[in-house]
Design a protein around this ligand. Structure first.
Ligand code: AMP
Length: 416
């Protein structure tokens, strides 16, 4: 199978790494990729938001499968452009990707499918926003309706800050605050059959102890030893399958990766948000534990044959990933600094490795930082404590001027 992956973050590096280890994959390509992906795939400087260009590349390569990683190309209809020339694509159509592209659309689908989520109002004026904030009271949750790379959500007890965020967005969703631990549960679907993956938890805030601003994600781990038994089955039954069925009923069938961000509240499991693609950084830990070769799973989603797939096999151990971000991330990331120690951080036995996010190679082959999140240092182990130790040991070998990371990824769960 010849596979083309679209995107250039650590999620795509994780996808490419798994695909490169799959004996069924004879050729692996990525556009645009990054310095790490270039070590396992042939990279192509193609604009990932340009559907025609991506389709042309897929045709040129005679790809058997295109895997679209990030949300922006999906919402822009890149999967549709590839599907239109008859090449199987892993990833939803533009209209179905509105599940992530518009929080208001997602709320509407959830209402139609009877999926439990926070009560909410969609507001377009300041007066409406003020009224909604007062209806729910503090802490306030204010979400930009559109795509914001995981940074469009403000949760605050400061009413003025909540109002200011609302005023800075064209359309906002203001909703009830959900208390309780969060779980990310991914499912692969072909529009009918839904195959849940292993749950993970990510860390959205920039600083230790969940302080600081929201980010794209600073680390993740899997499994969740504290999660209630039967959680995956419950979410499949009450959230994932009804949502997939509802989207099919609406004429916008959803295939690809359905990501449910969940809050386990005292009143039950609630959906915080849906994403239309693999989450970053949770993908790094979920794929680290997936034993089943990846290509056939993604291909079955793309071709509507998931019901014929054998049950997925998982490593019983644990995986932890810790993100190294640039100085100034998320507000104003500094880029262009050399990264040292990358080779040293890779363990000989493959239990610790470095996935690249915002990196590029210069003319001399040196790897430089090129984005907010720079690396995702990933490790596996028999349990979370071991995986965590390996990830932080590897991370300690890496040098990036001004680089920042959290020191408490999976800490509580590993102790439990
Ligand atoms: P989202 O982009 O919707 O996942 O939101 C980013 C983060 O904001 C989530 O991971 C939560 O930590 C927080 N958040 C979003 N919605 C709520 C809510 N209704 N109640 C509490 N926290 C929330």
């Amino acid at each position: 199978m010849k596979v083309l992956v679209i995107g250039g973050g650590a999620r795509e590096h994780a996808l490419c790494r798994s695909l490169s280890q799959d004996p069924a994959v004879t050729e692996l390509h990525c556009a645009p990729g990054n310095a790490g992906i270039a070590q396992v795939a042939t990279v192509h400087p193609v604009d990932q938001l340009d559907g025609a260009a991506v389709a042309a590349l897929a045709r040129l390569l005679a790809a058997d499968l295109v895997v679209v990683g990030p949300e922006a190309p999906l919402v822009a209809g890149v999967a549709d452009a590839v599907r239109a020339i008859g090449i199987p694509v892993f990833g939803p159509s533009g209209p179905a990707a509105q599940l992530e592209g518009s929080k208001a659309f997602a709320k509407d689908v959830m209402a139609g499918a009877n999926v439990p989520t926070a009560r909410s109002y969609v507001c377009t004026t300041e007066a409406e926003a003020a009224e909604a904030l007062d209806a729910f009271g503090a802490p306030y949750v204010v979400k930009d309706d559109g795509l914001a790379a995981g940074k469009g959500v403000v949760v605050t007890s400061d009413r003025a800050e909540a109002l200011a965020h609302a005023a800075s967005c064209e359309r906002v969703v203001i909703e009830e605050y959900l208390d309780g631990p969060e779980v990310s549960l991914f499912a692969i679907t072909d529009g009918t059959t839904v195959l849940p993956l292993q749950p993970a938890q990510d860390f959205k805030r920039a600083l230790d102890g969940d302080e600081g601003p929201n980010t794209g994600g600073m680390g993740a781990y899997s499994p969740l030893p504290w999660a209630p038994e039967g959680l995956v089955e419950e979410v499949l039954e009450t959230v994932l399958q009804p949502t997939v069925d509802e989207l099919r009923r609406r004429g916008t069938p959803f295939s690809g990766l359905l990501y449910a961000g969940l809050a386990l509240t005292s009143r039950g499991t609630r959906v915080i948000e849906f994403n239309a693609r693999f989450g970053d950084p949770e993908t790094q830990v979920v794929l680290a534990r997936l034993v089943t070769p990846l290509a056939a799973v993604l291909h079955a989603s793309a071709t509507g044959t998931l019901d014929q797939l054998e049950p997925l096999r998982w490593d019983e151990g644990a995986a932890v990933t810790v993100v190294i971000a640039s100085e100034g991330y998320p507000a104003d990331p500094r880029t262009g600094d050399p990264i040292e120690g990358l080779a040293e951080a890779e363990s000989a036995d493959g239990t610790a490795y470095v996935l690249h996010a915002g990196t590029r190679a210069d003319e001399d082959g040196r790897v430089l930082s090129a984005g907010g999140r720079v690396l995702s240092v990933t490790a596996t182990g028999t349990d979370l404590a071991e995986a965590r130790e390996r990830a932080y040991d590897a991370l300690a070998l890496i040098g990036l001027k001004g680089g920042q990371h959290r020191t408490d990824i999976a800490l509580k769960a590993a102790r439990a």
